[in-house]
Ligand binder design. Structure first.
Ligand code: AMP
Length: 462
């Protein structure tokens, strides 16, 4: 039991209300990254911590910044910079959860793709904590909507990804506007050179923390298959028909390869969508909604585009191309097998990629396990189909639609059961609702004939 005691949150100098709240949230013990970083962070020291999504890193910096916050001071006291809007949204949700026992703490997200005006209004109404992407935060600073004079904590979350995405200059600009006596907490999955430079320039004798997560890695089963360039896509289809994963994230090295694979898979009758850099925010939201609600079997993505996606219950990852960077490989396969679940990581390698496979073996310090292609026989009955179908309601937050209204229309009015309905995501102008495949047509008819929030709506199947 000594182990559990040392990992108990009440060994930390935390507000009693926060300790109660952690209990209620079911956070009974610290995760390794929390145990390693919270004592330093709560002591006010700068920190560089190596942590992946899913490690509990948000609470590691969230608890530290909340502890330093003065709720009665109506000024931005903490800023969290994130690489993507998805991640910023997740961070804001987690920080609000951690703050719910404290006095009325306001968290505002500032990300691109959304009108500046609404964000400006939120800032004017008073914000204690800002979570945002570097570009948009810089915009608000330049226009004078945001000031950082009262800042006590600056967090750089997923710093390596921010650098990869070309945010270095923006980060520098923003950081220069923070008071020099602030605390800086930097979280990163990897330590490329740029991180060190950033730390030297902006941090004060930071403590470095690394936590081994071997236990998590061992839950991922890795299988390698040798392919040739012309058969690569065929093998992807065979893997899908053999393993029949409900949700698969397939990585390609280029946008063109993503597009080509998606059209191949769609021609073969699979439900597949592509995610790559240049999609508009609206398209990106729709693709992610369809994948997260299990109405699309395969999401084919480039590494950059997949950043910040946090989809639970990902049954498989396929490396359609081997990445030349072993750290990226580990990051890719870490998307499956989250939270104690087992995961499947399937990698296709042609002769010319064997060098990259060798680097991966060295980096992971384990040999790769090769499997034969003729093991891949179709299982189950018929082609792989996702369990859900997405209906799109033409109307969203602007029409004041809430998830409960849609659920009500489908259960109370249309007579479906709660279990037949999946995720409901309301965006500004549109709403995505997942329903079980066998009720999709009927649900579509009933929604089109009925009312949501007292009004007729237009609904289509996507
Ligand atoms: P993160 O790595 O910050 O994205 O966190 C991953 C998930 O773990 C989130 O859903 C958190 O709510 C949850 N979490 C964080 N810390 C703890 C903890 N100490 N105990 C249980 N769950 C936690």
């Amino acid at each position: 039991m000594t182990n559990t005691t040392s990992l108990a949150f009440n060994t930390l100098p935390l507000n009693p209300a926060t300790l109660d709240n952690l209990q209620q949230l079911g956070y009974l013990a610290m995760t390794p990254i929390q145990a390693a970083s919270l004592p330093t962070a709560l002591a006010g020291r700068d920190l560089i911590a190596q942590a992946q999504t899913g490690s509990g890193k948000t609470a590691a910096f969230g608890l530290a910044l909340l502890e330093r916050l003065n709720p009665r001071r109506f000024a931005v006291q903490a800023l969290v910079l994130c690489p993507t809007r998805e991640l910023a949204d997740q961070v804001a949700v987690e920080v609000r959860r951690l703050a719910r026992a404290l006095d009325n703490i306001k968290v505002v997200t500032l990300c691109g793709g959304v009108a500046l005006r609404g964000q400006r209004a939120s800032l004017e109404n008073g914000a204690h904590i800002v979570v945002g992407t570097p570009g948009r935060v810089m915009d608000h600073l330049a226009r004078g909507y945001l000031t950082l004079d009262a800042l006590s904590t600056l967090v750089l979350d997923e710093a390596d990804r921010m650098l990869d995405m070309g945010f270095l200059d923006d980060i520098v600009t923003v950081t220069k506007q923070c008071p020099p006596e602030r605390q800086t907490l930097l979280f990163s999955a990897t330590y490329p050179e740029g991180i060190e430079k950033l730390a030297k320039q902006f941090m004060r004798t930071p403590e470095q923390i690394t936590v081994a997560d071997r236990a998590e890695k061992s839950l991922i089963e890795q299988r390698f298959y040798e392919v040739t360039r012309p058969t690569r896509f065929e093998v992807v289809a065979k893997l899908l028909n053999h393993f029949r994963p409900v949700s698969t994230l397939a990585f390609c090295n280029t946008k063109q390869q993503c597009k080509d694979l998606v059209s191949y898979l769609q021609d073969q009758g699979f439900s597949a969508l592509a995610l790559y850099g240049e999609l508009e925010q609206r398209e990106r939201d729709q693709v992610l909604a369809q994948f997260a609600n299990r109405s699309t079997s395969v999401l084919v993505a480039t590494d950059v585009a997949s950043r910040g996606i946090d989809i639970k219950e990902l049954s498989a990852v396929i490396n359609v191309d081997i990445t030349p960077d072993p750290e990226v490989h580990v990051h890719r396969i870490g998307r499956t097998g989250r939270a104690g679940e087992s995961g499947l990581a399937l990698s296709l390698a042609a002769m010319y990629e064997m060098g990259a496979v060798g680097k991966i073996e060295q980096y992971q310090q384990q040999p790769s396990t090769w499997h034969k292609l003729d093991e891949l026989t179709p299982t189950g009955s018929g082609p792989l189909q996702p369990p859900m179908v997405t209906l799109q309601i033409l109307g969203g937050r602007k029409e004041k639609i809430r998830p409960g209204d849609v659920l009500g229309a489908l259960t109370a009015d249309a007579g479906f059961s709660r279990e037949q309905i999946g995720k409901i995501v309301v965006t500004e102008f549109t709403t995505f609702v997942a329903v079980q495949r066998d009720i999709a047509k009927e649900a579509l008819q009933k929604l089109n004939a009925g009312k949501v929030k007292g009004k007729s709506v237009r609904v289509r199947l996507i």
